[in-house]
Design a binder for this molecule. Structure first.
Ligand code: NDP
Ligand code: 2IT
Length: 444
């Protein structure tokens, strides 16, 4: 059997209860076949794929906290330090009831390749908890964050592991986490990114993932003889990534007409109004039904269905496996010609295959959403320098990084005879740098 087949069989057997992790590894290894076949003997001898798919360290810890009624709750806390070949572990923290080891391992694995693609010196990691922030008071959020950090602080540091936000972890949570880290460790250092501007945060980090996604999409379209200007966009999600993707889409002349949350989705024929969306989600932390109340022409639909909207470009920005085969068929039938992932692994393997086989430009999250972590790395640089750059400086660097990632991905796909296959291009380009660093550092 080929080395890739051996490893895929091993992964499926050893991690049988981790479907998301198996899915992420399958996507990467399947598209790396041509690279691995060229070096099969050396990679096998060095157990390269075994080492690449086994996290350096998985931490699982208890997080006890007290609610406003005096009741004690216990959640699971996770930090998976996946790969430090090219820099300190870097990646977000997710607070959502669906979090388990499979989800954190898939995210940490993806993050390793994404971080490599940014061209910046950051390794891959991810963490979080099955804690549900919805409906909790500020005091409860603070109590949870403090308890979570009391344990996590043992394993992180500005030169070891630098967490950030992800689903359910935004500016408020990062603030509470940072305060507790500083209190226990007594050092003022850039141990988290996505910090507030008054205590070491970077301008443009909040916007970076969404803005970066649009810079990437613009370059993708330009290089395929199309323009973003005038195009209709279907966006899912209504959080950090979706909001700033929608904001930048307008700025670049496109019209985003949808957004969604965990309960339903909005179609707004006038285009999604960014200020109303921010008011509903960032300020009130309410449901999208509030958006519909504020915008008379907007229609709210309960449940799933955002991909049934006719559009030119689709940007899934909510969560994993939110775009299924039936959705891919609807998008194609409705004339959608590009799908760029703002979320991590939002498209199932079957849907990805369908889109690629039907000539739709498909860009995976590890390339298209890398602007967030890239700007986190810029925040780390500013913290080390004890300086703050202007919004324009950071935004310019972000644009350069996203255009660069697109071309590295495009070139890698072409070099291996798979022009236009951006999944393969991203995996190959991300992989080669990590493997080079791992090989140089010996068997560790
Ligand atoms: P947020 O928590 O800010 O927003 C998440 C959005 O997705 C919310 O609107 C939420 O709905 C919705 N959502 C979450 N889970 C589900 C679910 N199971 N079903 C339906 N809708 C859901 O997170 P982010 O915007 O930061 O993250 C979105 C995606 O982007 C994730 O995949 C994340 O990993 C990825 N990402 C984030 C980066 C960042 O810098 N923040 C960087 C790169 C990728 P509701 O409002 O109801 O909670
Ligand atoms: O998935 C991601 O890249 C993030 N959630 C951002 C990670 C980071 O360290 O900024």
């Amino acid at each position: 059997m080929s080395y890739v087949n051996d490893i895929l069989a091993q992964i499926a057997e050893k991690n049988a209860s981790e479907p998301e992790f198996i899915q992420a590894v399958t996507e990467v290894l399947e598209s790396l076949r041509p690279v691995i076949e060229r070096n099969e003997e050396a990679y096998r001898r060095d157990a390269l794929l075994e080492r690449l798919t086994t996290p350096e360290r998985c931490l699982l810890f208890r997080v006890p906290w007290v609610d406003d009624q005096g009741q004690v709750h216990v959640n699971n806390g996770y930090r998976v330090q996946f790969n430090s070949a090219i820099g300190p572990y870097k990646g977000g923290l997710r607070f959502h009831p669906s979090v388990n080891l499979s989800v954190i391992k898939f995210l940490g694995f993806e993050q390793t390749f994404k971080n490599s693609l940014t061209g910046l010196p950051i390794g891959g990691g991810k963490g979080g908890s099955d804690f549900d922030p919805k409906g909790k008071s500020d005091r409860e959020i603070m109590a949870f964050c403090q308890s979570f950090m009391t344990e996590l602080q043992k394993y992180i540091g500005a030169n070891t592991d630098v967490p950030a936000g992800d689903i359910g972890v935004g500016a408020r949570e990062i603030g509470y986490l940072y305060g507790q880290y500083k209190r226990i460790r007594d050092v003022y250092e850039g141990v988290l990114t996505g910090k507030g501007l008054s205590y070491g945060g970077s301008l443009a980090r909040k916007q970076a993932t969404g803005y970066g996604l649009l810079y990437f999409t613009q370059e993708l379209l330009r290089c395929n003889g199309k323009a973003l200007e005038g195009k209709i966009l279907a966006v899912s999600g209504a959080g950090n990534v979706a909001t700033y993707a929608i904001e930048k889409a307008w700025q670049l002349g496109a019209k985003p007409v949808t957004c969604s949350d965990s309960t339903g989705w909005i179609y707004d024929p006038d285009g999604i109004d960014v200020e109303t969306l921010k008011q509903v989600k960032e300020v009130k932390r309410a449901r999208l039904t509030e958006y519909a109340k504020a915008r008379p022409n907007a229609v709210y639909h309960e449940g799933k269905g955002v991909w049934s909207t006719p559009c030119d470009v689709a940007l899934p920005c909510a969560t994993q496996n939110e775009l299924h085969l039936e959705d891919a068929k609807m998008l194609a039938a409705n004339g959608c010609f590009a799908v760029c992932e703002g979320a991590n692994m939002p498209t199932t393997l079957e849907a990805t295959k369908y889109l690629q086989e039907h000539g739709i430009l498909f860009c995976p999250g590890k390339a298209a959403n890398a602007g967030g972590v890239a700007t986190s790395a810029l925040e780390m640089t500013q913290n080390s320098e004890r300086l703050s750059w202007t919004f324009e400086e950071v935004d310019q660097k972000l644009q350069g990084i996203m255009v660069n990632i697109f071309h590295n991905v495009d070139d890698a796909a072409k070099e291996y005879g798979m022009a236009g296959n951006y999944v393969a291009g991203a995996n190959i380009a991300g992989f080669l740098k990590v493997v080079d660093a791992m090989t140089a550092q010996g068997i560790v």
